[in-house]
Design a protein around this ligand. Structure first.
Ligand SMILES: [Zn+2]
Length: 339
């Protein structure tokens, strides 16, 4: 065992046997934005043998304030985050393997993405993907660690199917489109990212070395600005839960029309929320205070970001003009409208 990990091995709960387990482990990092980049760096330095990093986005200058793996040249080159992360991790720890995948996590690929991984870390930025991950992980009895952060607050929960409540036991319904703040509308400070990701990664390490009795078994909510730390103890899974109780995997098996559709010949993609909503367009326009070019009336809000023009209707539907790439459109929807 090389001395790189000597201080971690000295920590008795890990020890030599634990370090060997970490070396043989594979972790899925679902998303490599702020939380994901932080997960990746901690896991790479800790000697977790294989990191499978899945992300659909490119590095932008607005990421550099909090996404620790990336640097200015990555943003200038608009490198895909999965690729930039792999390059940087190779410099941090050349002994581990990185499977970099530029992909949108959706119902057709999620099961193959989690396959072969010992634990799944949530570094996504939207509930659509989290409910999908929850379905897939419950179906295949895989532990996944939910995490979310915006503004100065964040939440995390470790889900071990069959033993703990799943995401749907705690949050039965996905929030309505446009109802939740996002980092691109409400902002975010880096310390909350570090706080949430640190708890998530510690939980992942406990799972990987088999110290499951040390898992926190709670819904943890942290606000680093308001100095508020809450740990809500979780009971057993809810037998009535659609996902883990009835094993009805609505998000995985959804036969509803595709969430996103390319509009032929228009260089545009339409995104529709999974259920109709009534968005307060004036209120929504007010949340986009950092965007210059914004117009709205009683029917729609239109604004431009990253070379694309987004038109949001009050039923939650949006048309993203300037791309025919569904993953780019989904990403912009998650970031600016939120789901
Ligand atoms: Zn459940």
């Amino acid at each position: 065992m090389n001395e790189r990990y000597s201080r971690q091995i000295l920590f008795a709960e890990v020890g030599k046997a634990g370090q060997e387990k970490l070396r043989n482990a594979r972790v899925l990092l679902a998303g490599c934005g702020a939380l994901g980049a932080s997960h990746a760096e901690m896991l790479a330095r800790g000697g977790i043998g294989t990191l499978r990093i899945v992300d659909r986005d490119f590095v932008e200058f607005t990421n550099l304030q909090r996404q620790t793996l990336f640097k200015e040249s990555d943003a200038a080159e608009r490198l895909p985050k999965a690729i930039a992360a792999k390059k940087r991790i190779g410099e941090i720890n050349s002994e581990i393997a990185v499977e970099a995948m530029i992909a949108d996590i959706n119902k057709s690929d999620v099961e193959s993405l989690i396959e072969g991984c010992d634990v799944v870390l949530d570094g996504t930025d939207n509930f659509q993907v989290r409910y999908l991950l929850n379905d897939a992980c419950v179906k295949h009895s895989k532990t996944w660690i939910y995490g979310a952060a915006v503004s100065s607050y964040g939440t995390t929960m470790t889900i071990t199917p069959g033993e703990t409540p799943c995401l749907r036991c705690v949050f039965e319904q996905m929030p309505d489109a446009g109802s939740s703040p996002t980092c691109d509308t409400a902002g975010v400070i880096m310390p909350i990212i570090s706080s949430v990701s640190a708890i998530q990664v510690t939980e992942a390490i406990k799972v990987l070395i088999g110290d499951t009795s040390s898992l926190h078994r709670s819904l943890i909510q942290v606000d680093v600005w308001a100095n508020d730390w809450r740990k809500i103890k979780l009971g057993p899974p809810n037998p009535e839960c659609k996902a883990c109780g009835m094993r009805d995997f609505e998000f995985l098996d959804a036969e509803a029309a595709e969430f996103a559709a390319v509009l032929c010949g228009r260089n545009a993609v339409q995104i529709a929320p999974p259920r109709p909503v009534a968005i307060d367009l004036a209120g929504f326009a007010g949340k986009l205070s950092n965007i210059q070019d914004i117009k709205w009336n009683e029917y729609l809000v239109r604004f431009a970001v990253n070379g694309s023009e987004i038109t949001l209707f009050s039923d939650g539907r949006a048309i993203v003009k300037g791309t025919d790439d569904v993953s780019v459109a989904r990403s912009l929807y998650a970031r600016y409208i939120g789901i």
